[in-house]
Structures are given as structure tokens and as C-alpha cells.
Design a protein around this ligand. Sequence first.
Ligand code: 6PG
Length: 247
Amino acid sequence: MQPAIEALPDKSALIERARALVVEKVQAAIAQRGRCTLALAGGSTPKPLYEALAQADLPNDQLYLFWGDERYVPADHPDSNAKMVRESWLERVDIPTENVFSVPTEAPSPAEAAHQYEQTLQQFFQTDGLPQFDVILLGMGDDGHTASLFPQTPVLQIQDRWVAVGEKANQPRITLTAPLINQARNVIFLVSGANKQTALSQVFSPHADALTYPARLIRPAGNLYWLLDAAAAAGLPAQIDFEGTGE
Ligand code: 6PG
């Protein structure tokens, strides 16, 4: 499916658009299936979105939260994505704790944390094949990575796992795999800042290699939204070819 690419004037407009879109998708999922499964992005861009969602009137008891990736650090570590989401959103709302599935970074190794998280997902979704998240939020690094799918790393080749170890220079991560992300009903990228221009120009160019710019691997069967601010969107090529090789 072709992506919906939206360039918003600035970061606050980007966050407001993301808030409205996420609320719309959450409400639609709950109306259709009685629940919404939402996987969250880490990093800095989505923090104000989570603060805005804390003010939104969401049916929190029908909302189930997961993480698209996590750093292999303790839950109270400053780099923890779970800590960032707790402080910006969860501590301000009454979502049941049993609806929040953070990555078990207390596990003895990144590989064990990934294995345990995959088991958590399998237990929750109870499906043989890859499960469909209703919404997956993603960011993109200035190197074109997304979640913890970093350029030229082994995790990019994994097809038979739901969760695996991602590698950033000597900072192990746990990440959903591209095949799992691509099952989602809705994938929403949030990309802000001029420092993302180069990567965006490559992600949307006809010739770039997806192993070098892993965000190109994300081509879900469902809806794909790229929400950009003007600073990041300035990197978009005149001709956008998203049907290029994603392998
Ligand atoms: C993480 C994220 C990562 C992030 C990008 C963009 O754990 O860091 O999942 O993929 O989305 O690095 O980060 P910024 O939003 O901080 O630019």
C-alpha cells in the first residue's frame, strides 16, 4: 500500500496531527474489535505525543500497550523507553497495569529479554502466524534506522521471529522485527528535524538499499503514515518511489 506522507508546518503541528490520528485509530480498533493493541516508539520525538495522549479521553481499559523497541537497560535507567512513556503518559492516566507490556530488560541477557518478550506477545495474541497490532508508532534515526533495526545489522535479515536483539554500537536493544511490524493494521512514523533530511531522501528514493536505510523495510499490509515536520520533509525527493526494492 502506498504511504500517506504528510508534511506539517512544525513539530507542534506534527504532534497534534499524530495525536488526532492515534486517537482515531484507537477508537476505530475498539469499535471494531473491542480492544486496541498499540506498540510505542522510543526516542525523543514521540514524548510530547504521549503527553498529549495523557490528556486525551481514551478508553484506557481497552487499550493494550507494547514497545516497538527497548534499550537493554534497567526500567529506571534514563535511556529506558519504558521510563520515558511512564513519565510522559502512564503515570498521568489510570490504564490497568495488566494492559501494559514492557520489555523485560531485567532478563539476564538481551537475547533472553527478546525471547521472553516474544513469549509475552505469543501468549497475548494467541495466534499461530504473525499477529496484527492495530497501531505501531515508529521514529526514524538520522541513519535511517527505525525501532532498533539498525543499518547492516543481522536483525534486518530475520524473517522467522517476532522479537529479536537489535544492535546499536555497543548498546544492545530489543526490537520487533520487520516482518512483525509489517503485519500491523496501521504504522505511523513520526519524523521531525532537519537532521533527518538525508535519511528521508534515501528512504523515499528509487535506488536506496533497505539494508542501509532500514526504514525502507517497513511496508505494511495495512495503512502506512509518514508524519513529517517541514524541517524533515525538505529532504523528500521530487519523485517518491516507494515500490523500490524493500529487500
Ligand atoms: C529508540 C527508538 C528509535 C528512535 C529513533 C529516532 O529506542 O531510540 O525506538 O528507533 O525512534 O532513533 O529517535 P528520535 O525521535 O529521538 O530522533
